[in-house]
Design a protein around this ligand. Structure first.
Ligand SMILES: Cc1cc2nc3c(=O)[nH]c(=O)nc-3n(C[C@H](O)[C@H](O)[C@H](O)COP(=O)(O)OP(=O)(O)OC[C@H]3O[C@@H](n4cnc5c(N)ncnc54)[C@H](O)[C@@H]3O)c2cc1C
Length: 572
């Protein structure tokens, strides 16, 4: 028996997981059998990780656990049937959209398929928006190298794509004075890892930098390369620039399987028909192992790790300029621990938490998680009170048991590239991951045909006016040209009808109320849409030639109006 298999068995026994049968498959380890709980399922996966296998495939059964629920959009006939592309990308998160944009640098037919009704609906809109400095990721991991590269690329990418990026820096505070003894080591480690510009701070220096930082702090470090973005805006910006450069984005389009011939994918089966692709890219987030499985290449498993985040009112946004964190040593080895970070819109975010969940699209928030957030992070900034929280949301990280990104051409399928297991810092790493995945794809294509540059590629995204960012004189000029910019629909965020209409007719059209919200922030302010939603609904209906009753909040079927209450009465 192979030494590594023996060490897996030994580790499983150590945890008393006797119902687990490990077996080798290709260069991975597969776990089969039964365990008593989800905690045991997770423990077994980690027991098998790090033993020299390429991946852990966890097929353990947990009796009584609800089967995995995956949202699939309704079938919509054969709109894509018979269409043929050079590259099909599965998944419209930040990774898929960034890859699509990279690929349009080449003269290729590129299609991105997303099962949700918009891009950035899953993890890419449900995160902290931090562009991490790269200190936390283990040295030598893919997470580490992509984080460092991606972080440095954000300055240029944000200028080209016209999304906001603030390099606000982060202050990591120490809770105990004796932790300072470790700081020279941390500085050497940071230098070796390529983390730019670390400074060691005394207690007074932390207070000078962040006057509202907790009194519990005993000094810390400042990492100037940390930044923040609006993650959904980054994803939308990548998708729009990809479309401007010739890519197609197909929403409400779920990949359901592949047609294989030998070691090649020849057909991509979707709810809109079977289409052809020379190369397929798996960027399906929490479902990337399913996609790999469709091509008999499931050499890893994804397990969901939920993170809950609280949003602090903008009124308190100016009480802190950098990200604040105070790591609790030995609490959870698989996360960076969370904290309190500014956003580009001026709010603060509290969190995230980290909890293993069986359901990968479980975005519910619980009272327990909220209390944990408040008790762990709220006091990092002395000005904050629980009443300053305006809402909560949650996202699910796509974790592998090896806890690293999988970014590689498949070993067994000639025309499949994986961009899987992209948990945090996936957003920070996205620009670099996209460069490499596009290069891998072009290499595969070059084996059978010439691949030329796209001479018309324009890296600069076309932008429409954003009133809140304009001076009064500039606003007057925009309103003179188009009076719709003079009608404010969302008062909290100062969003005009003109901006909403532009979003509805943008390269990746916002056809639902939430899609508009993600593009222009209408409804994201203090009143959380209480005031502007009816007006927004009417504008979406008018601009998409539907009745208000047919406009949805998001996914097909999520209509916002049930019925007319008065015959002949006005909806809204
Ligand atoms: C709470 C939390 C906080 C985080 N904070 C940060 C942070 O501050 N900084 C950072 O760098 N990273 C952070 N991350 C991680 C970051 O959000 C992810 O790494 C990143 O969003 C992953 O992007 P993705 O494109 O791989 O996945 P996703 O955004 O999930 O995109 C995958 C897409 O594939 C689609 N899809 C799946 N199956 C199919 C199918 N069969 N057919 C068609 N489409 C399909 C899904 O609908 C989805 O839209 C955080 C994550 C969480 C959960």
């Amino acid at each position: 028996m192979a030494k590594k298999l023996k060490s897996v068995i030994k580790e499983l026994r150590k945890f008393g997981l006797t119902g687990v049968c490990p077996r080798e498959w290709r260069s991975s380890i597969v776990l089969e059998g039964e365990v008593d709980s989800w905690q045991e399922y997770i423990a077994a996966g980690y027991a098998a990780a790090g033993k020299g296998y390429k991946g852990v495939v966890n097929d353990l059964r947990v009796p009584g656990l609800e089967p995995l629920k995956e949202y699939l959009p309704p079938g919509r006939g054969g709109a894509l049937a018979g269409k043929s592309y050079d590259v099909v990308i599965i998944g419209g998160g930040v990774i898929g959209c960034a890859v699509a944009r990279e690929l349009t640098r080449w003269d290729l037919r590129v299609a991105l398929l997303e099962k949700e009704d918009d891009v950035a609906k899953q993890t890419s809109s449900r995160n902290n928006g931090m562009i991490h400095p790269g200190l936390a990721a283990p040295t030598g991991s893919k997470k580490h190298s992509y984080n460092i590269r991606g972080n440095r690329m954000y300055t240029q990418v944000s200028q080209e794509l016209g999304f906001e990026f603030h390099r606000c820096g982060s202050v990591v505070m120490l809770e105990k004075s004796f932790y300072r003894l470790a700081l020279p080591y941390v500085r050497r480690k940071a230098l070796k890892k390529g983390v730019d510009g670390l400074e060691i701070l005394s207690r007074q220096e932390v207070s000078r930098r962040e006057p509202n930082a907790t009194d519990r702090q005993r000094g810390g470090i400042f990492l100037p390369s940390t930044g923040v973005v609006a993650p959904y805006m980054v994803t939308v910006a990548y998708a729009e620039n990809a479309v401007e450069n010739g890519a197609e984005v197909h929403l409400n389009t779920a990949v359901l399987g592949f047609e294989m011939e030998g070691d090649r994918i020849v057909g991509v089966r979707t709810n809109q028909g079977v289409l052809r692709a020379r190369v397929v890219i798996n960027a399906a987030g929490v479902w990337a192992d399913n996609i790999a499985g469709y091509a008999n290449d499931r050499f890893f498993s994804i397990h969901g790790r939920k993170g809950t985040i609280a949003i602090v009112d903008k009124a308190l946004g100016s009480t802190q300029s950098a990200v604040l964190a105070m790591p609790q040593l030995g609490v959870n080895t698989h996360t960076k621990g969370g904290g309190l970070n500014p956003t580009v819109e001026g709010n603060l975010l509290l969190g995230p938490t980290a909890i293993e969940v069986p359901q990968r699209e479980d975005w519910s928030t619980t009272a327990g998680e909220m209390e944990l957030l408040l008790s762990r992070h709220l006091s990092l900034n002395r000005r904050l009170r629980p009443r300053d929280i305006i809402t909560y949301f949650a996202g699910v990280r796509a974790c592998t048991f090896e806890e690293d990104f999988i970014i590689e051409p498949s070993e067994y399928v000639a025309n499949l590239v994986h961009a899987a297991g992209i948990q945090s810092p996936g957003l920070a790493s996205a620009p670099a991951i996209a460069e490499d995945v596009a290069a891998m794809t072009v290499e595969i294509l070059k084996k059978t045909r010439e691949v030329k540059r796209n001479p018309a590629f324009n890296p600069v995204r076309r932008l429409t006016p954003q009133l809140a960012k304009l001076s009064l004189a500039e606003r007057a000029e925009v309103i003179r040209k188009n009076p719709a910019y003079g009608k404010i629909v969302c008062r909290c965020e100062v969003i005009s009808e003109g901006e909403i209409v532009a979003a509805i007719h943008s390269p990746v059209p916002a056809a639902t109320v939430d899609a508009v919200k993600r593009r222009v922030r209408a409804g994201m302010g203090r009143c959380q849409g209480g005031f502007c939603t009816p007006a927004l609904l009417e504008i979406v209906a008018r601009e998409t030639s539907r009745s208000p009753g047919d406009v949805t909040k998001g996914r097909p079927g999520s209509r916002m109006l049930a019925e007319e209450t008065k015959a002949g009465g006005k909806t809204g």
